[in-house]
Write a protein that binds this ligand. Structure first.
Ligand SMILES: [Zn+2]
Length: 304
């Protein structure tokens, strides 16, 4: 089986042809300005057609096309807005059907972090009960319970970045609230904490300083890890998940976050719930692309 996959990031798009073992047979990556939604979707389709041509097929020969969206979607047609891309509500199929030249039933959509969780389910570490949390520009999340993605009434479930982790000295979040995980443990939050201790660097620079033994840098990662531990413990008590997978650029420094993360988690989670494994995603940079592909394979297996 072959899927066309589009990872529609806020500014960066990756497309690929993926087989059902998770092998990426061809791929393209470009920065595509998201402002003009129709032009953005047309460019995604053109990139995917190039990927197909590279391996000598056309899109109609694929089992379908999946696309991950950097925002809320009903998983069928409608996108309900994307803060990172600056999109409002629109019908994605009305753009994708003509751009790809495929019937609607061969096209599937999913929120990008939900897609990452589906990729973890199919191609990564697996599990029936797990959460997926990014530590990146923001803290996106997804919840899989009983082997199924939890979507919620308005497709807004799994917004783990807005779990409140700080009440005494809360920082304002992009959502307008205060004390959210995203305001205290994302990449930009780590950069902010660096400035507060007199370090002019970003999350990656801070990690490098940690590895040189810089005490201020170590204190920043310790604090971020503590907040992640608070959020995950609340989730664990609610969901009793088996695993928490951490992805996103900052998760490359998970070893620096883990001591305070685990200490906080073990203190705040109930004894049964604290048995959870917390680890880095088994997927790499292409997690969201593989998730987009898994939408096609998942659908096929439902049909069989
Ligand atoms: Zn928030």
């Amino acid at each position: 089986m072959l899927a066309g996959a589009i990872d529609g990031g806020g500014t960066k798009v990756m497309t690929g042809i993926v087989d059902d073992s998770g092998k990426i047979l061809s791929s393209r990556t470009e920065s595509v300005p998201p402002k003009d939604v129709a032009a953005y979707f047309n460019r995604c389709a053109a990139m995917l057609k190039d990927c197909a041509a590279e391996i000598g097929v056309t899109l109609d020969k694929l089992d379908g096309v999946g696309m991950s969206i950097p925002g809320m979607t009903d998983g069928k047609d409608w996108v309900y807005g994307s803060p990172s891309a600056g999109w409002g509500s629109f019908s994605a199929l009305s753009l994708l059907v003509p751009a790809l030249g495929l019937p609607a039933e061969k096209i599937r959509l999913e929120n990008d972090i939900n897609a990452c969780a589906l990729a973890e389910l199919r191609f990564g570490g697996g599990g029936r009960d797990f959460v997926w949390l990014t530590i990146s520009t923001g803290n996106g999340g997804a919840v899989v319970a009983n082997g199924e993605l939890v979507r919620g009434k308005s497709f807004c479930a799994g917004e783990l970045g807005h779990i409140k982790v700080e009440y005494d000295h809360p920082v304002r979040c992009g959502c307008g609230g205060y004390g959210c995980l995203e305001a205290h443990a994302s990449g930009p939050a780590i950069a902010r904490m660096c400035r507060e201790v007199g370090l002019d660097t970003d999350a990656a620079g801070c990690a490098a300083l940690c590895r040189q033994g810089d005490k201020r840098a170590l204190s920043v990662y310790k604090t971020a890890g503590m907040y992640l531990g608070r959020a995950l413990a609340q989730l664990a008590n609610m969901l009793n998940f088996e695993k928490a997978y951490l992805g996103g650029g900052v998760s490359r420094s998970l070893d620096l976050l883990m001591p305070s993360l685990r200490e906080t988690f073990d203190r705040d989670a109930l004894p049964e719930c604290r048995k959870a494994i917390i680890e880095r995603t088994h997927l790499g940079y292409e997690a969201s692309l593989l998730g987009a592909a898994s939408l096609v394979f998942g659908r096929q297996s439902e049909r069989d």
